[in-house]
Design a protein around this ligand. Structure first.
Ligand SMILES: Nc1ncnc2c1ncn2[C@@H]1O[C@H](COP(=O)(O)OP(=O)(O)OP(=O)(O)O)[C@@H](O)[C@H]1O
Ligand SMILES: Cc1ncsc1CCO
Ligand SMILES: [Mg+2]
Length: 246
């Protein structure tokens, strides 16, 4: 078996593990896509929580198996909540991911995103504009999504071609991909394998959904249905992935 087919087999097995273990994913999510992200996690088989109240967020983070920190609608309360939750994740060794939404629009958000990444994030994921301005990342797994998803950690690079252009017409598919990566990290300790599994699951589900959609509206519902119906063997049969070293 090649390394790539092992990676794909591992992605399929991780999907089964998410369904069996129903990991708790705490989401410090922007206010635009909270429901889309919670529904997407639930459809896949994970267990979302969403509070960003500074007096409760540490308790929620302590009970979570993984954390997703999304900067889309950052304000003072959310900055405080993010600092509290990420401190819990660091102390407890829980996996966590940063989505630096719109860090290319605002110097203070870019500085905050960089501070979080340097403070021990497992993964940073964003679109091309966001990841290009974030630049070099030393410790975290760096993921640039788009028509092709590019994952980079030290000398390892993985490219995932699954997905569909309709994803770019539904606000929050990137935010959801960050939450799905958190769910997979809760069951797979190798973050490169976990993120590969999450992006394959999302990309293959999107391809299935596009086949039964008439546009972004019906695609959104069909995507949720496809995440719920996705089988491990669907990932194995449809994965389009390559890797490189050096
Ligand atoms: N043209 C495309 N073809 C295939 N897949 C795509 C395409 N555009 C985006 N995707 C997929 O859609 C998801 C979102 O990626 P994108 O880079 O658009 O995120 P984003 O800009 O952060 O989205 P949002 O902020 O709306 O959540 C990823 O899983 C990516 O693989
Ligand atoms: C459009 C938008 N604005 C702030 S967050 C968000 C959704 C995901 O990027
Ligand atoms: Mg985004």
């Amino acid at each position: 078996m090649t390394d790539l087919s092992r990676l794909i087999e591992n992605a399929a097995a991780s999907l089964t593990h998410v369904r069996q273990r129903r990991p708790r994913v705490h989401c410090l999510m922007n206010t635009v896509v909270q429901k889309f992200v919670a529904d997407g996690l639930a459809a896949l088989g994970a267990n979302p929580s969403m509070t960003s109240s500074p007096d409760e967020v540490a308790a929620f983070a302590r009970r979570a198996d993984a954390l997703v920190v999304n900067l889309g609608t950052l304000d003072d309360g959310r900055r405080t909540a993010i600092r509290l939750a990420t401190a819990v994740a660091r102390d407890a060794g829980k996996p966590w991911i940063v989505d630096p939404v719109h860090c290319d629009y605002s110097p203070s958000r870019l500085a905050f995103a960089r501070e979080l990444i340097a403070s021990g994030a497992s993964v940073v994921r964003g679109n091309a504009s966001e990841m290009d301005i974030i630049g070099e990342v030393t410790e975290a797994l760096k993921i640039k999504t788009g028509p092709v998803d590019e994952l980079t950690l030290e000398r390892h690079r993985i490219r995932i071609e699954n997905g569909h252009p309709l994803m770019a017409q539904v606000t929050g598919t990137g935010c959801l991909s960050g939450a799905l990566i958190a769910a997979f990290m809760a069951v797979e300790p190798d973050r490169m394998k976990a993120a590969t599994g999450a992006l394959l699951a999302s990309g293959v589900a999107a391809e299935f959904a596009a086949n039964s959609s008439n546009g972004p509206g019906t695609f959104e519902a069909a995507f949720r249905d496809a995440l719920a119906a996705l089988r491990p063997e669907d990932i194995i049969a449809n994965a389009r992935i390559s890797h490189a070293e050096g």
